[in-house]
Design a protein around this ligand. Structure first.
Ligand code: FAD
Length: 548
């Protein structure tokens, strides 16, 4: 079929969500004509990608390699934000961490949009559709015949020598937690969506066999028609960056949190003042497009071992026989992920400072208890060091930021990158969470209350001219550290939020036949890595769309 013919559904962006929506719509509506248009290539059979164990493709040809605008609260730094540029989107280059987030996250999403389909219980059937879980524990929480094989260090027999000692450091509040069963407060196995260690990419797991895919093809804008003066605009197709028009009954934008707002703005759907500045005719003054943009801030730290001869850390120069066993190539060199809340009084004080007056107990962050900071300990040194057998490392990720930023445009040219301003660390809440959590990290890694701190770790090996992290560090030094070293966790979301830009059926408000289905529609900060939530969102969206 000529791709310019009338399609039932045109999916813009064949990323993680786009593949799910296209594949499921074809399954639910077998006679529907579905077109996916993806800016990047199809590399889903590339063996390097499938077998790949880390994030080596960052900055390469399958990465849009964005940079933020200078971050006001991060010493003016421009922070790198990678994003997948290929059929499969983020699933081609991401870290494969599989963490659902908590009941509290999804219930607050449902409260915000006033629709229980987006609560934890509302999303649970869709989480299950995505999973082929590896054991029968908490069976009511897991899918066993869903799309992705999920693996853990234990299910793949990766028994790291430091596992018990790292777990001991986080025994409170909830050891042995299943981080994908409704609560993520505590410590549990680091699960990954891998099959026997291999990456599983969205376009292979969600078959696109009977869907037409245009790859290496950039969409510039959405075609909109408006017949009478009072009529709502209607999406009638898309215009490619080279000017070609493709017509269809419905357009589903799945270009991700960075590009979805850009495509909408290039179509005349966005804040009027932004459109006017770029000489774009306003079809609908949609002031919320590109607002509410959020990302998780991450910090990485290397910790020197007291006795490297114990063989706790991977050494690229002198491989330890244990880590050379084949099972250790089946996942990230980590056993656990630990997530913690912060003290309520500190949180209340920070909220009061941000919002003025006394914190309202109904404030979304106080109404439920959330995992505010996630920690992973990796059994190897991370940049600027190379794995040297002398260091382990930890990654801290602040999962419930209250800072919100914007995605906007610099020009009318779809080839130009969007302007990304996540506005990291703008709020007192975010600063407080980091201060508290970095002190906790110092206590766990260097204090005498844990075996890790007492017997295993000698101290931090900082980089960038900072002093090693200790338990008696000042607030000022902690603020300086995170300002200077916080990076993206690559979890951009919220820039076409449900409730403001799209309704709870993912329809763009004020335009017919147009939907947005990707991370940009998530209206809150999910308290975990977000791919599982994006897959579940897309699964539920496909059901909703197929029902008309
Ligand atoms: C390096 C990295 C590591 C990550 N690690 C993890 C992890 O371990 N665990 C986790 O849960 N999450 C992780 N994530 C996040 C996760 O991959 C993303 O949240 C997810 O991919 C978002 O899905 P999406 O469908 O919204 O967007 P994407 O997957 O980014 O898909 C958008 C697609 O649209 C295409 N596109 C954009 N503009 C156009 C256009 N104009 N025309 C045509 N096509 C277009 C893009 O090329 C892309 O393929 C990581 C992300 C990155 C980048």
């Amino acid at each position: 079929m000529d791709s310019s013919e009338g399609w039932d559904h045109i999916v813009v962006g064949g990323g993680l969500a786009g593949c799910v929506v296209a594949s499921r719509l074809k399954e639910y509506q077998p006679s529907a004509r579905i077109l996916v248009i993806e800016a990047g290539p199809d590399v889903s059979h590339n063996k390097e990608i499938l077998q790949f164990q880390s994030l080596q493709f960052l900055g390469g040809q399958f990465d849009w390699a964005y940079k933020t605008l200078p971050q006001k609260h991060c010493d003016g730094r421009e922070v790198d934000i990678p994003a997948g540029r290929a059929l499969g989107g983020g699933s081609i280059i991401n870290g494969c961490a599989w963490l659902r987030g908590s009941r509290a996250d999804f219930d607050s999403w449902a409260d915000l949009v006033g629709d229980r389909r987006w609560s934890y219980d509302g999303q649970l059937p869709y989480f299950k559709k995505t999973e082929k879980w590896y054991n029968d524990e908490l069976a009511d929480q897991h899918g066993h015949d869903g799309k992705f094989d999920i693996e853990s260090p234990v299910s793949t027999n990766r028994l790291y020598p430091l596992a018990g000692i790292t777990e001991q450091a986080w025994l409170s509040p909830s050891p042995g937690n299943d981080m994908n069963a409704g609560t993520n407060l505590g410590i549990g196995q680091l699960n990954e969506n891998r099959r026997d260690g291999a990456r599983q990419v969205a376009p292979l797991v969600y078959s696109l066999e009977d869907v037409t895919v245009l790859r290496d093809t950039m969409v510039g804008s959405i075609l909109l028609s408006k017949e009478g003066a009072d009529d709502e605009p209607k999406a009638t197709g898309v215009r490619l960056a080279d000017g070609t028009e493709i017509h269809g009954k419905q357009v589903i934008v799945s270009a991700g949190a960075y590009r979805a707002p850009q495509i909408l703005m290039h179509s005349g759907l966005g804040p009027k003042e932004v459109l006017e500045k770029q000489g774009i005719e306003t079809v609908l003054d949609a002031s919320e497009v590109g607002q509410n943009f959020t990302d998780h801030v991450m910090m990485r730290m290397n910790w020197e071992l007291k006795d490297p001869a114990q063989g706790y850390a991977i050494d690229f120069q002198k491989p330890n026989p244990l880590f050379s066993e084949p099972q250790f190539a089946k996942g990230a060199p980590a056993s656990y992920v630990a997530s913690a809340a912060v003290p309520r009084d500190g949180l209340e004080a920070a909220i009061a400072k941000d919002e003025g007056g006394k914190a309202d107990p109904e404030h979304p962050l106080l109404k439920r208890e959330f995992a505010m900071m996630e920690t992973m300990v990796l059994y190897l040194a991370v940049p600027p060091l190379t794995p040297d057998g002398l260091h382990i490392s930890s990654f801290l990720m602040a999962m419930k930021p209250t800072s919100r930023g914007t995605v906007t445009i610099a020009s009318k040219d779809p080839a130009d990158p969007p302007l990304l301003d996540p506005n990291y660390l703008a709020t007192e809440v975010d600063k407080y969470v980091w201060r508290h959590s970095l002190r906790q990290a110092a206590k766990l890694m260097t204090g005498d209350t844990t075996v890790l701190g007492r017997d295993v770790v000698a101290g931090e090996t900082p980089f960038g001219g900072f002093e090693p992290l200790t338990t008696d560090v000042s607030d000022e030094d902690l603020d300086k550290r995170v300002r200077g070293q916080g990076t993206s966790t690559y979890h951009g979301a919220g820039s076409c939020s449900m409730g403001s830009v799209v309704d709870t059926d993912l329809r763009f408000k004020g335009v017919q036949n147009l939907r947005v289905v990707d991370a940009s529609a998530i209206p809150i900060a999910i308290g975990a890595h977000i791919q599982a939530a994006v897959y579940a969102l897309a699964e539920q969206a496909a059901v909703i769309i197929s029902q008309g």
